[in-house]
Design a protein around this ligand. Structure first.
Ligand code: FAD
Length: 408
């Protein structure tokens, strides 16, 4: 293995090599900026979050990585389907249908593969990618401005790298937001998740797949069912922490599968192929997106909820917008928080529309079918929201109508 030399200094340091970190690194390195990514793990590494949104395609194209991804053999996600408490399945919402605006398909991915392709692409674009290096500290100067980072390698050896710009893409670790105490957890919902994988001995999925979101009979929890290869499906349970995480996890998962006809049916003949994984406290937002010499992107900035698969898309979109803004800020010689955070208010407004869509999913009094029958002109807006298309369109009419429907 070639031993990589750690530079003494960099124009930009990126913490974390997930989708947000690699997106930022690609954009900054392509601009000729000396960019170093510190990733604490060694890729490929597993990660939850396998169902993508079509809106991610535009960012992949902008990064110049779309073709590599299309050759990776990921199954095409052609739409989404929902199953109600009674087990009644909606007809699939197919992105490409003319009545949905003929939208593009996307993929179900193995994250170890997706994230590695994206990170290798950053290196090809000129970023120095250092795996097995954990950022331990962001060092601030007298005026609270970033002056460097302290990292340790796999063996715990410390190194300091001088920089005046840090992009925090550390995912749910929220490195900077935690250190500064600006991470604000969602107070209205404290969901958790248990997930695992099921395998079939024979090939059972085609390369045209749907994400299924299925509610349990009493409506307190829901499942995702995401085929990620011909014979492997990712299955996750999401629900209130006190319901799914107290007691035995195996028993909690099994009893909820029993209480979900759409999932029960789909797991027949499949074998559990992995241990159980758990996530909790995943819904939060940082109250500041930027400060003097630092910017937060992806999950390090915030995460809404797994239900509409917004995570990876918002990770790469926020990183793209933040990186564009860094390039402008650097050309002006202004790395103040004001300058580095300029992209954020528009981003926050658009993400709030997706946040409302999530709230509507959890609102038992809201019925999407009935809402669209009452507001037929908003069908294409709903289609747009389901694909993540909030950066080229304005969803305020939809949000206003949803508020009226809910009597708000
Ligand atoms: C239960 C659940 C289900 C989900 N399902 C979906 C889904 O179906 N579709 C979807 O799009 N999203 C989903 N998500 C969200 C998705 O996983 C994230 O939004 C996405 O991974 C965010 O990308 P990121 O690059 O910001 O962070 P990550 O992908 O988490 O990358 C962060 C990287 O930073 C590294 N790191 C952390 N700290 C340090 C440090 N100190 N030094 C160096 N490196 C560090 C980590 O090792 C990691 O590789 C789900 C999330 C949860 C909780």
């Amino acid at each position: 293995m070639i031993k990589k030399v750690i530079p003494d200094s960099a124009e930009c340091v990126v913490i974390g090599g997930g989708p947000a970190g690699s997106t930022a690194a690609t954009m900054l390195a392509r601009e000729g900026l000396k960019t170093v990514v510190f990733e604490r793990s060694r890729f490929p590494r597993p990660h939850v979050g396998e169902s993508l949104m079509p809106a991610a395609n535009a960012v992949f194209k902008e990064l110049g990585v779309a073709e590599k991804l299309s050759k990776a053999g990921f199954p095409n996600k052609i739409g989404v389907q929902f199953a109600s408490r009674s087990g009644k399945e909606t007809s699939p919402f197919i992105f490409g249908r003319p009545e949905n605006g003929g939208l593009e398909d996307t993929w179900h991915v193995e994250r170890s593969v997706l994230d590695q392709i994206l990170l290798e692409h950053s290196a090809e674009c000129g970023a120095t990618v250092l795996e097995g290096f954990r950022v331990q500290k962001v060092i601030f100067g007298e005026d609270n401005e970033v002056v460097g980072v302290r990292v340790t390698d796999d063996a715990g050896n410390p190194v300091e790298v001088l920089t005046s710009l840090v992009v925090d893409a550390s995912g749910q670790q929220s490195f900077i937001a935690n250190k500064l105490g600006v991470k604000e957890f969602d107070t209205c919902r404290k969901n958790a998740s248990i997930w695992t994988y099921y395998d079939s001995a024979v090939s059972m999925f085609s390369d045209q797949v749907l994400t299924l979101i299925a509610q349990t009979e009493c409506g307190d929890c829901w499942f995702w069912h995401i085929p990620i290869s011909e014979n492997r499906v990712s299955l996750g349970l999401v629900g209130p922490r006190e319901i799914i995480l107290t007691g035995d996890l195996e028993a909690a998962l099994e009893s909820k599968i029993e209480a979900c006809p759409a999932i029960r049916k789909r797991l027949q003949g499949l074998r559990r192929g992995d241990e159980l994984h758990v996530a909790r406290d995943f819904a939060y937002t940082a109250s500041n997106a930027a400060g003097n010499g630092w910017v937060l992107v992806g999950d390090a900035l915030g995460f809404i909820d797994p239900v509409y698969s917004t995570g990876v898309f918002l990770a790469i979109k926020s990183a793209q917008l933040a990186a564009e803004n860094i390039i402008t800020s650097m050309s002006r010689g202004d790395l103040s928080g004001n300058s580095l955070g300029q992209w954020y208010s528009d981003y926050k407004m658009r993400v709030s529309w997706l946040r409302t869509l999530v709230e509507l999913f959890y609102d038992n009094s809201f019925h999407f079918g009935d809402f669209i029958r009452t507001n037929p002109s908003l069908a294409s807006e709903l289609a747009s929201l389901l694909t993540g298309n909030v950066f080229d369109r304005d969803a305020r009419d939809f949000i206003k109508a949803a508020d009226i429907y809910r009597g708000k």
